[in-house]
Ligand binder design. Sequence first.
Ligand code: CA2
Length: 141
Amino acid sequence: MGNVLLLNGPNLNRLGKREPDIYGDTTLEDIEQRVRQQLAASSWGMDSKQSNHEGDLIDWIHQAEDSYDGIIFNPGAYTHTSIAIRDAISSVTVPVIEVHISNVHQRESFRHVSMLAPVCAGQIVGLGVKGYELAASYFIS
Ligand code: CA2
């Protein structure tokens, strides 16, 4: 059927290892496995990539144009700072759903602004790691 790219930005490789009060105890590998299974049940494929480097994320967004029907993206702290990632999302037609595990609006004011949300198809915030599965549901439904 279709193909989804699960993309995670800086420090999300630390999930499940530190700060469980904010991010829970699920690892990134657990999330990848859950979303892959969920998509496979609807005959969708999924690839997963994580990087701590802005340029990697930009390159993968560009490359996704020809290979994926959607991107589930937790951009980490680049959400709040990166005009370059915003421009990358604007440069492709593949829909991007921005996901945040924590409720950024209940946290520091610098987390309240997303540079990316205006160019994303949608945004899921504060629903824990379930947010990734909700984003996958959007693509397969
Ligand atoms: O809530 C989210 O998903 C965030 O994207 C997570 C980012 C944060 O900068 C955003 O404001 C909101 C931080 C990811 C760091 O993940 C960690 C995981 C475990 C231990 C420490 C950090």
